[in-house]
Design a protein around this ligand. Sequence first.
Ligand SMILES: Cc1ncc(COP(=O)(O)O)c(C=O)c1O
Length: 324
Amino acid sequence: MNLGLTRHSLPTLEPRQTRLPLNLLVKPGFRAAKITNMGLPLSRIAFHGRTLGALSVTPKKAYQEAFEPLLPGITVLPFNASKSEIHRKVNANTCGVIVEPIQGEGGVHVADKDFLRHLRERCDETGALLIFDEIQCGLGRTGRLWAHQHFSPDCAPDILTMAKPLGNGVPIGAALVNKRVADALKVGDHGTTFGGNPLACKVGLIAFDRLNDPALLSHVNEVSNYIVSELHKFSHPTISEIRGMGLILGIQFDSKLMEASRVCEEALKRNMLVITAGINTIRIVPSLVLTMDQAHQAVDILKASIIAASANKVEDTSKLAALR
Ligand SMILES: Cc1ncc(COP(=O)(O)O)c(C=O)c1O
């Protein structure tokens, strides 16, 4: 763990996982003027959830509109923004920066190493808190316990959010904080009816131990390597990029040649569920205990679905002719 904390440092365990980090930003001692969020420049596709604070830093009109007005003072930066852009937008008024090291809903975009490092440096210079939202990409999903461990050791966050696999189906979310943040929290600062629910916490501790097991993490890497290498070998002309890490993978389709949703429909006909994300991308986020046999089957279904879906998309038949 980069944070140098044990799990006993978790100050809260509750389903509204993004609430604590956002509330913390406005605590005395931290700056209360602005929250800066990161999103891709064109589509603003960061996703942090649908409760008021989280929605305020999820700059997608379709999600936000019905709930406006939201938190004021949010600035949106491009994902993988340059150092100079970070310097311009993260300033003495910024109280925190929230970013997914790998954007999930946004279409499986992996942050650049330099981007996270520059953010860390700039937050240190300005006193802003750096929050990594690892709700989708954390807890073993990338083949390491935390997604940010793939990046420079110098870019650990002040606050890290986690959820999904932590409860293995039981609703729980948690925020892991460093000492600076923990020292600012007093008893009663953060409370909720079901916070610290004993059943959810017990499940969370057991799931955490399983997810932190090196054997499970190396299994995730093995299955991932297999899927990625099969997709590269397949090298279908409608695929423009394969992205991601571990078992959070994205297949980007060329929109002139394929609609990603068509592949999902074809996969469903073959009894496999896959989902789109971002722009014309399929997101592959299977169970971390997917066996190699299941991975073989899944890859076969995926290839068959892509071939079937591409047969119906005829805008560029010359490229597709190579398939038949
Ligand atoms: C990166 C990320 N953050 C936050 C959330 C929000 O979680 P919830 O809907 O449980 O509030 C999600 C949900 O998909 C997510 O992917």
